[in-house]
Design a binder for this molecule. Structure first.
Ligand SMILES: *Cc1c(COP(=O)(O)O)cnc(C)c1O
Length: 466
């Protein structure tokens, strides 16, 4: 494809995306296909001769779109949001256009240095402590996901223990499965990922139980390596008591990782910085995902560390083919040593585009809008005696359940309608529905319509009850 052909098709692709985003509401939110439907529409064999690009675009409409679940639909309320935005998409396109592989500084200095600047900017926007900034002993790095960030934290923490003996990490029953996976990948056996009980109502990790488990393990000759505290759990956005957990970690010299994958970005609003209480004093690492609620297309997860040395010691291996004068001078950062893979995309471009387009004010506005809409939905639920609301909803997620109908049946009904899409969780034995607000296109009208659809579906399942 020549640059002129690229210009021609590139304009068509941008038009296609603009049309898609402008009309996303006309699609059913959840894909209406059955397993195998998409495959059945695709040829089993690759083309022998090249095809005109028009045919690819035509198949986007004919084959791909019907099999897409529309995450940018204003009535997508499942899981957590995966925000896309104009500047995020354009930043990603610019990254693709450059085609840079930024494994070390020398393979593209701008890829490294822009990343340093934007992760420092983001630390400032979130009010994170100065020791997470690159001009200190710590620093930030863009990873593909919060799972990778957790894996890097576990690797650094295990390395920092200075022993190959039996080591443990501590999570709660509400911690994301990424931590257990990180334990497996790093060779811990299942029992060495210790699960701490949570408070039955708030679902916060119980610091007294954490202390007891740690003391038991230390007495048994095991080395506790890391505790993961979560700010905004995936299930219900519970917030672990970071300060109390941090004090225990400090006493025992244990690495404290903070998983704030979804909720951390809420700290762009100064009135929400309380969520990070204890982080400045105690956290060794902190992860949040601009690709969830901060308008930056997947993938973009940021990991900060208070001290980069244990991480680099754990991850740096220097093969001959990567030796270069800049790295040896010690004057540059080689982010390959801050992540598991060697290669890395120029992800900083999309985060830079997003921050510059929206500015701090625009980012705050986006988060505030999501929270206000969640509060609005929560009020509607609270006013209906046929539903129960979970009290805690500081962010964009509202958990609730129908009292007179089966929650899963209700959810399946509304999801199958294609009008909205929500997901569920389990707290103890109870099924709760999760309505997560945060798509930039979502307005009060969409939230009200979602509630009306839920109420109507509830009435249809239990006729005569109301
Ligand atoms: C979403 C989420 C993760 C996983 O994020 P990825 O970036 O998809 O790996 C981890 N922890 C929490 C609390 C999450 O909400």
């Amino acid at each position: 494809m020549s640059p002129e052909e690229f210009r021609q098709y590139g304009k068509q692709v941008v038009d296609w995306i603009a049309d898609y985003l402008g009309s996303v509401e006309k699609h059913p939110v959840r894909a209406q296909v059955r397993p195998g439907d998409v495959r059945a529409m695709l040829p089993a064999h690759p083309p022998e001769q090249g095809e005109p690009y028009e045919q690819v675009l035509a198949d986007m409409d004919r084959v791909i779109l019907p099999g897409v679940t529309h995450w940018q639909h204003p009535s997508f309320f499942a899981y957590f949001p995966a925000n896309a935005s104009g500047p995020g998409i354009l930043g990603d396109l610019l990254s693709s256009g450059l085609g840079v592989q930024g494994m070390v500084w020398a393979t593209s200095p701008a890829c490294t240095e822009l990343e340093t600047v934007v992760v420092d900017w983001l630390a400032e926007l979130l009010g994170l402590p100065a020791h997470f900034r690159t001009d200190s002993a710590g620093g930030g790095v863009i990873q593909d996901s919060a799972s990778s960030a957790a894996l890097v934290a576990v690797l650094a923490a295990l390395h920092r223990t200075g022993t190959d003996g039996r080591r443990t990490i501590y999570v709660s029953s509400q911690t994301h499965s990424a931590l257990e996976k990180a334990g497996r990948i790093t060779g811990l056996v299942a029992g060495d990922v210790r699960t701490v009980d949570v408070h039955p109502e708030t679902l916060e990790m119980d610091p007294a139980r954490l202390r007891a488990l740690i003391e038991e393990d230390v007495a048994a000759g095991v080395t506790p390596a890391l505790v993961c505290a979560t700010i905004g759990t995936t299930s219900t956005t519970a917030i672990d008591p970071v300060r109390a957990i941090g004090e225990i970690c400090r006493e025992h010299g244990i690495w404290l990782h903070i998983d704030a994958a979804y909720a951390g970005v809420a700290a762009v609003c100064p009135d929400l910085r309380w969520i990070n209480d204890g982080v400045a004093e105690y956290a060794d690492s902190y992860a949040t995902n601009p690709h969830k609620w901060l308008l930056t297309n997947f993938d973009c997860g940021v990991l900060w560390v208070a001290d980069r040395k244990p991480m680099i010691d754990a991850l740096s291996i220097l093969p001959e083919f990567l030796r270069n004068a800049a790295s040896e001078s010690g004057e540059v950062i080689d982010y390959r040593d801050w992540q598991v893979p060697l290669g890395r995309r120029f992800r900083a471009l999309k985060l830079w585009s997003v921050i510059r387009w929206y500015g701090a004010e625009g980012l705050r506005e986006h988060v505030r809008t999501g929270i206000a809409l969640a509060d609005r939905f929560a009020e509607l639920v609270a006013a209906d005696p046929d539903f129960e609301l979970r009290a805690h909803h500081p962010f964009g997620l509202v958990c609730f359940r129908p009292l007179r109908t089966d929650a899963l049946e209700l959810m399946e009904r509304v999801n199958a309608s294609g009008k909205l899409y929500l997901s569920h969780t389990k707290v103890g034995d109870e099924v709760w529905l999760r309505l997560a607000i945060g798509a930039p296109a979502t307005t009060a009208a969409h939230v009200d319509a979602a509630w009306a659809a839920l109420q109507a579906a509830g009435r249809r399942i239990s006729p005569g009850r109301r």
